[in-house]
Design a protein around this ligand. Structure first.
Ligand code: ZN
Ligand code: ZN
Length: 294
């Protein structure tokens, strides 16, 4: 049963968990480390090999979920790392499009709320070119899955290599071009955002950056967070996640986020190193940051 206290929650905290041995195992893994909700890969993220869930797998997942206290309305999948929605190689682009549509379909089958993905890498063909192609392919995928309620969430990136999404303006361009607000939004990865050059430390850094994002993208388009500290400093454009409070960002950001009424009831997923112990500790700490509102 949904916990009535959940109403009080600001950011709902969870983590990326494994589906090894069956997707239903994700639920137990999430429970074990203290998640309130969770994120998964719906298949091996490093292979093109496809996966379709059959009725019995879906049933097992849903029944594990209903006998857990995980919030079923904020479950997320992260797409495969191989997908590039602006690949320059035509064969790779075709594969990416098909794989992305299959990602959406698996989320639909499992009733996951969000599919979180990195926009794409333009491979030296230029940012404008890349953003246009990503927008076209997203529109195609949205139109090819008209029955789906899955929200596609563009993730902010650190901007390694030719990765797009390290500027808030990139996400704004894609969202405006696709113009399907009921199907497309954003996920803010705190490590990526910081590595991309957006200050998140101190009250001023926090307020300025989130004011900029809400002005550019609109508060209503922010659906989720990846809650990660950063092993690399501001503006390095290197993507290395760190345990909360042990990286360059520090714990104040997370304390701020956990108590920000603008982000009430949005999910935040940890993607940090250190395995189960590290997830457990960080989830306890994040929950501890919440101040009870009067
Ligand atoms: Zn992330
Ligand atoms: Zn990352």
């Amino acid at each position: 049963m949904p916990c009535p206290q959940r109403r009080e929650h600001k950011v709902i905290v969870g983590a990326h968990v494994s589906i090894a041995g069956g997707v239903e195992n994700a639920v137990e893994n999430a429970q074990f480390i203290g998640c309130e909700t969770f994120q998964i890969f719906t298949k091996n993220q490093n292979q093109w090999k496809e996966k379709h869930y059959n009725a019995s797998e879906i049933k097992k997942f849903k029944s594990a979920l209903s006998s857990s206290n995980q919030d079923p309305n904020h479950l997320a999948a992260h797409d495969s790392y191989l997908i590039n929605l602006c690949a320059t190689d035509l064969e790779k682009l075709k594969k990416s499009r098909t794989a992305f549509l299959n990602e959406i379909n698996r989320c639909t089958d499992l009733n996951l709320a969000y599919l979180i993905f990195h926009p794409g890498s333009h491979m030296e063909k230029g940012e404008e070119w890349g953003l246009r192609l990503i927008s076209e392919n997203l529109l195609w995928a949205i139109e090819a899955s008209p029955e789906s309620n899955v929200l596609l969430l563009l993730e902010t990136t650190a901007g390694q290599g030719t990765n797009l999404g390290y500027k808030i303006g990139h996400l704004k361009t894609i969202i405006n071009t696709v113009n399907k607000p009921e199907r497309l939004g954003i996920c803010i990865d705190t490590c990526h955002l910081f590595a991309a050059g957006y200050e998140l430390r101190g009250e001023k850094g926090y307020q300025n950056t989130f004011q900029l994002i809400t002005q550019e993208i609109g508060l209503e388009n922010i659906y989720a967070f990846h809650l990660n500290d950063s092993k690399k400093d501001l503006g390095t454009r290197v993507d290395r996640h760190e345990v909360i409070g042990e990286g360059y960002i520090g714990e104040d950001l997370f304390r701020n986020l956990m108590n920000d009424d603008r982000f009430k009831n949005l999910p935040g997923f940890l993607e940090i190193p250190g395995g189960e112990e590290s997830f457990k500790n960080c989830l306890v700490r994040l929950k501890g940051f919440r101040r009870s509102s009067g």
